[in-house]
Every structure is written in C-alpha cells, then in structure tokens.
Design a binder for this molecule. Structure first.
Ligand code: NAD
Length: 367
C-alpha cells in the first residue's frame, strides 16, 4: 500500500471538531484506493499563539512543506481579536499560503438536490449547478507594485492618491490556466476564462495566454467572458458554467458570489494548490472548509462537518489522484442529505437532526 503524509492543522473554535470528525472518512476512502494516510497534527492559529506566542511557527511550516497535503480546520476567535493585525491567528493562513506557494484556489459550488431550498435564488435557477471557480491566488492587484498612498499637489491643491497595480506575467497565467484545464478534464470539459480584456492590458495578455494553453487541451472547450457579464450570468443562468478561471481580484468576488448560489456556509469546501508536486505526482495542496471557527457554536456538537468532509474529497482528487474516492464521498454526502438527515444549520425535521459526530458517522458508514 502507498503511503501519504498528511499534516492536520485543526486550528480553533469548531476547527478541531470538524477536522477530527472528517479524518476517519479520509483514511477509510484513501485506504480503499490503496493509500494509507500517515497523519500528523500540529498547531496553527490562536492555539499556536497560546502555546508559542505566534500563529505559525517555522517548525510547523517546515512540516507542512514536507507532506503531500495539509488539512486545516479554521483559525481565529474572540480570544485573539484584540491582537495587532500582524500577530492575529489569520496570519497563519497567509504564512501557509506563501510558504507553500499556493497559487491556485479552487472553490466548487454544487447544489445538492436535497438542499435546493437553502439557496436565496429560485429553485429553477439553481437546480443542477455544478461549477468550480479557479482563482489565481498569489498575483494580480493584491500584490502588484507600485502600490501605496501618497500626497500629491501643493498648497490648496494638495490631496492624497491611492494606487495599486494589476500585473500578470505569462508564466503565472500559464500555470493557473493549466490547473483550470486539468480540472475541467475531470468534469464537464468546459473552461470559462474571465477577464476585462475590453479595458485592461493585463487582461488582453491573460486572454492571449489562456488561448495558447487551450491548444494543449483540444478536448476542453474554452470560452472568454468579461467579468461584469460573468457576475450577471452567475445569478441569471449558473448552469452554463463548468470551470471558471480568473484573476485574484475577480476570483475573490466571483467565488463568494458562486458560493452563495448554494446557500449554506457549512457545506462549502475549498482547495489551494501549490507549485510543488508531491509523491503522487499531484499538486501539494491545502484543504479547508470555507467557513471560519464559528465561536458561537463551538463545543456544542452543532458544527456541520460536511464542508470539511467535502474538502477531504478534494484532497483525494487533487493531491492523491483518487478521483473515484472523491466522487464516492460526494455521492454519499448527497445521499445522506437526501435521506433527510441534517445538522442544525440546515434545519430538518425533528428526529433527523444530527450532531457533528453523528453526521460524520453516517457518512463514514456509507463510504
Ligand atoms: N479560514 C479561516 O480559518 C477563517 C475564515 C473565516 C473566518 N475566520 C475566523 O473565524 C472567526 C469567526 O468568524 P465569522 O463569525 O465571521 O465566520 P464563521 O464562518 O466562523 O461563522 C459565521 C456564521 O456561520 C456559522 N457557521 C460557520 N461554520 C459553520 C458550520 N460548519 N456549521 C454550522 N454553522 C456554521 C457560525 O455559527 C456563524 O453563525 C473569526 O475569528 C474569523 O476571523 C477564519
């Protein structure tokens, strides 16, 4: 049996609850696919601040660099809210992102038939949605230089000027486009590249380079869309999308919009993929639910573990190459919900409302 090294960072609040409920499912499905998971646990976020004074130690980052994948719960909470920005728990995420060179953020939005009513949009609009937003994570306007705020003019005409720079180079676009096309190959084989090429030079380059990469994927259909149109199409006809690939800024906004189509924060998984290939020839990645540490429900057994369980499915797919295992987990999650079982956040009938551990156990038994 092959062995995969997984670093688990449960973090704070409900993080440890949802991660620990998920691990047996990950281990069972990986094992059925011929991979044994060697799991080590470490501190990141507020719990690391309490123990070591900083949200992410060099030692934990060193460990993270050596594994095939990282699984994270959530970080943060009221106990650390007063700390200065530079030392807050959330800095652990930034440290991991930059330390592992996680350049691609993948956020699926899939409507689970049993949860159609959870969306704020009409059922006939959201029914059948199954899309994936691939967001570039380390470039663009969030990091481009020059940036800053300076004073210009003099005397009465003195004022301030704030500025940032949207900048992408060919190699950055090529690598994110490849992630999108590879992901599309595992799905419905369509990539929508989103830009603002009618206004921005950086978008003109983006479009040119994506078209070049598309030549290596003749089995995948490429379409281009302006970001303003995409924002509109996502709520008008979201079923038209399979994989959306876009820049850091556009992806930040569109992935939140896409997430809201499905309605429930406790159901949303994510993956961030790095430059490095792991022992399985796949991308080293970090997998985490989209939600935070939910201090209001911590320790009550109320946390929905499904976002983390679906993140484990992404880990199997993108870091261990176990597509069948990933699909198995996703199918079982749909099945358990179709049977009427719910965690508190999803409502549900009396008698079918499950705690965090009970929900995870249902999934574990069925995978
Ligand atoms: N990636 C991360 O680690 C991450 C992301 C977002 C927020 N945070 C941090 O988490 C803390 C709380 O932030 P917040 O309240 O804005 O966002 P949150 O996602 O933690 O919670 C928002 C609301 O959703 C509910 N919720 C979240 N996850 C749930 C789940 N799995 N099951 C059931 N209900 C769930 C919470 O109870 C709360 O009512 C803050 O310290 C914040 O900085 C961390």
């Amino acid at each position: 049996m092959k062995r995969a090294k997984i670093l688990v960072l449960p973090g704070d609040g409900i993080g440890p609850e949802v991660v620990r409920a998920t691990l047996p499912i990950l281990e069972k499905v990986a094992s059925a696919g011929g991979i044994r998971c060697d799991v080590t646990e470490a501190l990141a976020g507020g719990c690391s601040i309490d123990q070591h004074g900083i949200p992410l130690t060099d030692e934990v980052l060193r460990q993270a660099k050596k594994v095939d994948a990282v699984m994270l719960g959530a970080v943060g909470g009221p106990a650390w809210d007063q700390l200065p920005h530079e030392t807050r728990p959330e800095r652990a995420l930034l440290g991991l992102r930059s330390g592992l060179k996680l350049f691609a953020n993948l956020r699926p939005a899939q409507i689970i038939p049993a949860l159609l009513a959870a969306s704020t949009l009409k059922a006939e609009v959201v029914e059948g949605i199954d899309l994936l937003v691939v967001r570039e994570l380390t470039g663009g306007i969030y990091f481009g230089k020059p940036r800053g705020v300076k004073t210009i003019g003099s005397g009465d005409k003195m004022e301030k000027k704030g500025y940032n720079t949207e900048v992408y180079q060919t190699s950055e676009i090529v690598r994110i486009a490849r992630v999108a096309f590879e992901a599309a190959r595992l799905r419905k084989k369509k990539v929508t590249s989103v830009d603002k090429a009618n206004i921005l030079e950086s978008s003109i380059l983006w479009r040119e380079v994506v078209a070049g990469v598309a030549k290596d994927y003749p089995d995948v259909q490429l379409e281009n869309m302006y970001v303003d149109n995409c924002a509109m199409q996502l709520v008008r006809n979201p079923r038209q999308f399979d994989v959306i690939v876009t820049t850091n800024l556009f992806g930040d906004i569109l992935s939140d919009e896409a997430a809201m189509l499905t309605g429930s924060i406790g159901m949303l998984p994510s993956a961030s993929l790095g430059i490095k290939k792991n022992r399985f020839g796949c991308a080293q990645g970090m997998y985490e639910p989209v939600h935070g540490s939910a201090p209001d429900i911590t320790g009550k057994g109320l946390a929905n573990p499904l976002a983390t369980i679906l993140s484990a499915a992404m880990l199997l797919r993108y870091s261990l190459g176990l597509e069948a295992g990933a699909q198995r987990i996703e199918a079982v999650v749909s099945q358990v919900l179709a049977q009427g079982y719910r965690t508190a956040d999803l409502g549900g009938a009396e008698g079918q409302r499950l705690s965090t551990d009970e929900m995870a156990k249902r999934v574990l038994e069925a995978v």
